[in-house]
Write a protein that binds this ligand. Structure first.
Ligand code: FES
Length: 275
């Protein structure tokens, strides 16, 4: 329940991107006060306090935005191509907040000085630089990698784990799971020889194809089954033929890889893909 709230599900919009406007705006305003104070010269002291207060509020806002951000981060699968970017985004945000906390502490210890020291100004400059780059990475995650975009998930179960087969391949095929584990109109997700793939069963027919959509890496194991053996990406609706991997509907333009799959001795077996 709390997780759903922090993800913004009751509001129909992720919370983190809404809340981050608060600290970003306040930190930038604090920096503007610093610059205005520099320009004002003699009247500088009238800008020092507003710069401090907006910074302190910015720190509170950043801590507020961090909670839903961490929940969103924990929800990105480890094998998703955007995970390393998300990790960088998170670490940079932590670094920026730590710098602002240090900056505020320095300003507190020089509370009665009429002029802003070099160190707090440089720390503000550094904080704004880190925030800008981290914000850019946040945009990349949403617009390029579709993080927090998913809206069209299949109703019902979607696989929670990625199976890494323990058995050795036989005749080029490796056992991924017991057939009984794969119910009709359901999917499994597996990683074979470094390739993440979806195993799907529809009307008794088993298919194996690449997990990530060629448009923006949407997870096809969470997609919807369409007529004529097609899977629809849960993010922007691209459709692929599950046998051949061919795109049958955009926005994706490139086909996905499809893999040979058989059911042998009650096991679902896929051909080990080449590198
Ligand atoms: S990620 Fe956009 S259609 Fe699949």
């Amino acid at each position: 329940m709390l997780k759903q709230l922090l993800q913004g599900k009751p509001f129909g919009h992720p919370l983190h991107p809404i809340l981050v406007h608060l600290p970003i705006g306040l930190f930038l305003l604090s920096f503007v006060f610093d610059v205005a104070g520099m320009i004002a010269g003699g009247g500088m002291d009238s800008f020092i306090r507003p710069a401090f207060y907006t910074m302190a509020l910015g720190i509170l806002g950043a801590l507020l935005a961090a909670a839903p951000g961490l929940v969103d981060y924990s929800d990105i699968r480890r094998d998703h191509p955007a995970k390393p970017i998300a990790t960088r985004h998170m670490l940079l945000n932590f670094a920026a907040v730590a710098i602002y906390i240090g900056n505020a502490a320095v300003r507190c210890s020089h509370w009665n000085q009429p002029r802003l020291g070099v160190l707090p100004f440089v720390l503000s400059l550094l904080g704004v630089g880190i925030l800008s780059y981290s914000g850019y990475l946040g945009g990349v995650m949403v617009y390029d990698d579709g993080i927090a975009v998913g809206r069209h998930r299949r109703r019902g179960k979607t696989p929670l784990e990625t199976i890494v087969p323990a058995d050795q391949p036989r005749d080029g095929f490796v056992a991924v799971a017991d057939e009984a584990r794969l119910e009709d109109r359901q999917t499994l997700r597996a990683q074979v020889n470094g390739v993440v793939m979806t195993i799907a069963k529809v009307d008794g027919q088993v298919y194996a194809f690449q997990e990530f959509c060629t448009h923006r890496f949407g997870p096809l194991s969470e997609g919807c089954f369409e007529a004529n053996g097609r899977i629809k990406c849960p993010w922007h609706g691209s459709c692929f033929d599950m046998r051949s991997g061919k795109v049958t509907q955009g926005p994706a333009k490139e086909d996905i890889r499809a893999f040979d799959v058989v059911v042998r001795d009650g096991k679902v077996m896929v051909r080990v893909p080449g590198d």
